[in-house]
Design a protein around this ligand. Structure first.
Ligand SMILES: *Cc1c(COP(=O)(O)O)cnc(C)c1O
Length: 378
């Protein structure tokens, strides 16, 4: 690469912004002109577009993806004495939401080929939770790195035990499983519009999806301070958790590009896998699943060597996640499945995420692949 070309970005938000800057400026200006900064018309418009895009009956936006999880758990009355099953290999927010409500996050192991919750480990964790005197209440499968978890198997196990399924789709907005779009699976789904997620705004944002009318009504009340039928009736304890109108206006413009960006991400992943599958362990996506490719995560033989080699040649790479959640200081006092979380621990020591965004050029991908190959042949 010539020293004059722009450096490879891990996630390139600049290229996208350049493409739609005039539309973004106009959208923001409209909000400044009408002045309805909270729950303005763009919020309703975006929620309607989210329903159309996902096929979910209800889409409720909120302040961020962590609040989205909290809103659903609150609507379901989750609290002290409840076990909420979460993967031990995920972003902290998945366990933080139940912990905040006084429930017990219960760590379950993951599969090492797709990074998602292992149904066998989940089954064991239900037995373990009962033995500890906890009520198995909710499971939160995470669609890690953009790939939907094995939702049918997990839901079958959960529903047989009266456990609700809350899909954490913070990284998988836009992905599909067996023809269903993320947002329509489980008893509820949440997502995040944090800037670096597949569909990101220019600040914090999130959403809840559900097909259940009563849940939607309660979640709508909770995000607005527990309001009743009138604005100043307070029928329950709630939160202040709304998506800003300006962020909704930005997301409306970005959603127009999103289907195309999903195919571009998918093409980048395909290119990576074609080059790297003989070199190291690459993500396995089953044929009935389309990942949103939030990350492209490999398991190289020697992560340390590869990462420093990439750094030397100006290619960014990130370890998601360097410590299993069940080992984090803030969380290690919570229970883990009795069969152990060995896969999560191993993954935290081996995984490496490569640059991934829709505007990554072929030449960049080839260069990255050739560096990975060189590092692994040593
Ligand atoms: C980003 C993320 C969240 C939290 O979303 P925020 O909008 O940052 O609050 C929750 N779960 C997972 C798996 C995430 O990656």
């Amino acid at each position: 690469m010539s020293e004059y070309s722009s450096p490879t970005q891990f996630i390139d938000l600049v290229a996208q912004q350049k493409m739609i800057r005039p539309q973004l400026d106009a959208a923001i200006k409209r909000v400044l002109d009408h002045g309805q900064y909270i729950m303005g018309p763009e919020v309703k418009e975006f929620e309607s577009q989210l329903r159309d895009f996902t096929g979910a009956k209800h889409a409720l936006t909120c302040a961020n993806g962590t609040d989205a999880l909290t809103l659903v758990l609150m609507a379901w009355g989750i609290g002290s004495g409840d076990a909420v099953f979460v993967p031990s290999f995920t972003y902290v927010a998945t366990a933080e939401a139940p912990a905040q409500l006084g429930a017990t996050p219960f760590f379950v192991d993951v599969c090492d080929d797709n990074f998602n919750m292992d149904p066998t480990s989940f089954k064991q964790a239900i037995i373990d939770a009962r033995q500890l005197g906890l009520k198995p209440a909710v499971v939160i499968p995470v669609d890690l790195f953009g790939q939907p978890a094995d939702i049918d198997t997990l839901t079958e196990i959960a529903h047989a035990e009266n456990i609700k399924v809350l899909v954490d789709g913070a990284q998988s907005f836009g992905a599909m499983s067996k023809g269903r779009r993320v947002g329509t699976m489980g008893d509820a789904t949440t997502t995040s519009f944090f800037p670096a997620k597949p569909l990101g705004c220019y600040g914090d944002g999130g959403a809840v999806f559900t097909n259940i009318d009563e849940d939607a009504e309660v979640i709508n009340s909770i995000r607005l301070h527990g309001k009743g039928s009138q604005k100043y009736d307070n029928v329950r304890i709630g939160l202040n958790s709304r998506l800003d109108t300006i962020q909704a206006a930005i997301l409306i413009e970005k959603l127009k590009l999103f289907p195309q960006e999903l195919s571009l991400r998918s093409a980048v992943a395909k290119h990576y896998s074609a080059c790297l599958s003989s070199v190291c362990k690459v993500p396995i996506v089953s044929s009935d699943i389309q990942s949103a490719w939030a990350q492209y995560t490999i398991q190289p033989k020697n992560r340390h060597n590869l990462q420093s080699r990439l750094k030397d040649v100006g290619i960014p790479s990130v370890v998601y996640y360097p410590i299993a959640l069940s080992e984090q200081i803030g969380y290690k006092h919570y229970p883990s499945v009795s069969s152990g979380v060995g896969k999560s621990q191993l993954l935290s020591k081996t995984v490496l995420s490569l640059p991934m965004h829709p505007y990554l050029e072929e030449a960049d991908i080839s260069r990255i692949c050739s560096e990975v190959e060189k590092s692994s042949s040593k």
